[in-house]
Design a protein around this ligand. Structure first.
Ligand code: UGA
Length: 435
C-alpha cells in the first residue's frame, strides 16, 4: 500500500509517520519548501515526544519520504489523505476550509488514476460531499472515492493515540473505500481496536461531537470546582467519585484554568456555526464556549485575591505558559489571557516554560523569560502554576521559598498536595479544593 499525506503539519506528520509504522509506504507533501527541507534534513518542525525517532526510523527504512511535488506524491497512490490545517475563520468562527479545497483542486488537476481521497483534517459536516462534487465535476473521467477519517490525537501523546487508539472512525460510501481504509489500519486488528464504518456525514460529526463533549466535561468540572470552594468540598474527590461510575468515566474531569489548544476552542465554535447553519441551536455547546471564556478572567481574580486584592507592583512568577504540558503549542492557551490581564493590573511577570518560551515570547510582551523555575521564582511575590509540566511537580519547595519574596503558590492545575505545601511554609490556593 502506498499513500500520500497532504500537509506535514501536526496531523499530517504524525499520521504519516504512524502509517509508516503500520507498514505503509508514505509520501508527505507540503507546499512549504522550508518545512520539507527541514524534514529531509531530519529536523522536525513541531515538538511531539517520539516523533523525531519515528520519522528517522521510517525515512531510513525508505517507507517515509517528503516532497513539495503533489503530482509526484499522488501518482499511483492507493489513498490520498488530506491533513492540512482548518483554522477558525476570522470573524465568524466557521472552520476555514481554504487549504482543504486548495488541496482538492490540485488533486483533481493532477490525478491520473482512480483512487480514494480521505479527509484526516477536522472538517465540518458536508465537506466530504462538497469534495465529491469537486471531483465529479472536474474529473468525470476518473472514479474518485471520498472518505472521512477524523483523527483523535492529543498533542503530547499523539503517537500513542494513533498506534493504540480507542477506536478508528471511517465515513465511507463504497466497498472499495472501506477495503482500502481497513487495509491502512490492519495492524490494529491485532489489538482488537474497534473500527467504525459510517456514512460520511456521521464520521464528520463524530469528530466534533467528541471534542465538544470532552470540552463540556472539562467545563462542567470547572464550574463544580467553584462550588466546591464555596462549600468546602474537594473537586478532585468529587471527580473521582463521579468518574468511577462507568457511565461517566474518570478522564477529562481535571479542573483547571479552562481548556485551550488548537482544537477544543476552534471545534466547539465551528460546531455551533454548523448548528446555526442547519437551524439547530446547540445551547449546551454555546454555554460551554461562554463559560470557558469567562473562566480565564475568573482565574485572574483568583490570583489577585490570593495576592491580597491587588497585584499592582508585585512580581508574579508564572510556571508554564503552554495550553498543556509536553507541547510547545501556545494556541488559545489560558496564559494568553491571564498574563496580559495581570500586567494590566500592574504586575511584573517573570515566566518559565520547558518548551513554550520561544513561541510565547512572540505573543506575550514585557515578560521576563527565565532559564528555569528557580530563576523565575527569584524575588517573586507569588508563584502561579499555569501548566502541569512534570518538572514542576518535583519542585524543591524549600529552595523555592528561600528564593521568593513572599511564600505564596497559586496552583491552577492542582499539582501539589496542600498539606505538603503548607508544611513547607507556603500560603496555597488551588482549584476547587479546601484551603
Ligand atoms: C484534543 C483531543 O483530546 C483529541 O482527541 C483531538 O484529536 C484533538 O483535540 C484534536 O481535535 O485534534 P488536544 O487539544 O491536544 O487534543 O489536548 P487535550 O489533551 O484534549 O487538552 C485540551 C485542553 O483541555 C487543554 O487546555 C487541557 O489543559 C484541558 N483539559 C484537559 C483540562 O483542563 N482538564 C482535563 O481534564 C483535560
Amino acid at each position: 500500500m502506498r499513500i500520500a499525506m497532504i500537509g506535514t503539519g501536526y496531523v499530517g506528520l504524525v499520521s504519516g509517520a504512524c502509517f509508516a509504522e503500520f507498514g505503509l509506504e508514505v509520501v508527505g507533501v507540503d507546499k512549504d519548501e522550508s518545512k520539507i527541507r527541514m524534514l529531509e534534513e531530519g529536523r522536525i518542525p513541531i515538538y511531539e515526544p517520539g516523533l523525531d525517532a519515528l520519522v528517522d526510523k521510517h525515512k531510513a527504512a525508505g517507507r517515509l519520504s517528503f516532497t513539495t511535488d503533489l503530482a509526484e506524491a499522488i501518482d499511483g497512490a492507493d489513498a490520498i489523505f488530506i491533513g492540512v490545517g482548518t483554522p477558525s475563520r476570522r470573524g465568524d468562527g466557521h472552520a476555514d476550509l481554504t487549504y482543504v479545497f486548495a488541496a482538492a483542486e490540485e488533486i483533481a488537476a493532477k490525478l491520473k488514476h482512480d483512487t480514494l481521497v480521505v479527509t484526516k483534517s477536522t472538517v465540518p459536516v458536508g465537506t466530504g460531499r462538497r469534495l465529491q462534487k469537486i471531483f465529479k465535476t472536474q474529473r468525470p473521467d476518473l472514479e474518485i472515492d471520498v472518505a472521512s477519517n477524523p483523527e483523535f490525537l492529543r498533542e503530547g501523546s499523539a503517537i500513542e493515540d494513533f498506534l493504540r487508539p480507542d477506536r478508528v472512525v471511517c465515513g465511507v460510501e463504497s466497498d472499495r473505500a472501506r477495503e482500502i481504509l481497513a487495509q491502512c489500519y490492519r495492524p490494529l486488528n491485532l489489538i482488537e481496536t474497534p473500527i467504525l464504518f459510517t456514512a460520511l456525514e456521521t464520521a464528520e460529526l463524530i469528530k466534533y461531537a467528541t471534542n465538544a463533549f470532552l470540552a463540556t466535561k472539562i467545563t462542567f468540572i470547572n464550574e463544580l470546582a467553584d462550588l466546591c470552594e464555596r462549600v468546602g468540598a474537594d473537586v478532585q474527590q468529587v471527580a473521582k467519585g463521579m468518574g468511577l461510575d462507568g457511565r461517566i468515566g474518570r478522564k477529562f474531569l481535571h479542573a483547571g484554568p479552562g481548556y485551550g489548544g488548537s482544537c477544543f476552542p476552534k471545534d466547539t465554535l465551528a460546531l455551533l456555526r454548523t448548528g446555526e447553519q442547519y437551524n439547530t441551536h446547540l445551547r449546551i455547546v454555546e454555554t460551554v464556549v461562554n463559560v470557558n471564556e469567562g473562566r480565564k478572567r475568573r482565574m485572574v481574580r483568583k490570583i489577585t485575591d490570593a495576592c491580597g486584592g491587588s497585584v499592582a507592583g508585585k512580581t508574579i512568577a508564572i510556571l508554564g505558559v503552554t495550553f498543556k504540558p509536553n507541547t510547545d503549542d501556545m494556541r488559545e492557551s489560558p496564559s494568553l489571557v491571564i498574563v496580559p490581564a495581570l500586567q494590566a493590573e500592574g504586575a511584573v511577570i517573570r515566566a518559565y516554560d520547558p518548551e513554550g518560551m520561544r513561541e510565547a515570547a512572540k505573543l506575550l510582551p514585557d515578560v521576563g523569560w527565565c532559564q528555569d523555575s528557580y530563576h523565575a521564582l527569584e524575588g517573586a511575590d507569588a508563584a502561579v502554576i499555569l501548566t502541569e509540566w512534570n518538572e514542576f511537580r518535583g519542585l524543591d519547595l524549600d529552595r523555592a521559598r528561600s528564593l521568593m519574596r513572599q511564600p505564596l503558590i497559586v496552583d491552577l492545575r492542582n499539582i501539589f498536595d496542600p498539606a505538603q505545601v503548607a508544611k513547607a511554609g507556603f500560603a496555597y490556593t488551588s482549584v476547587g479544593r479546601p484551603v
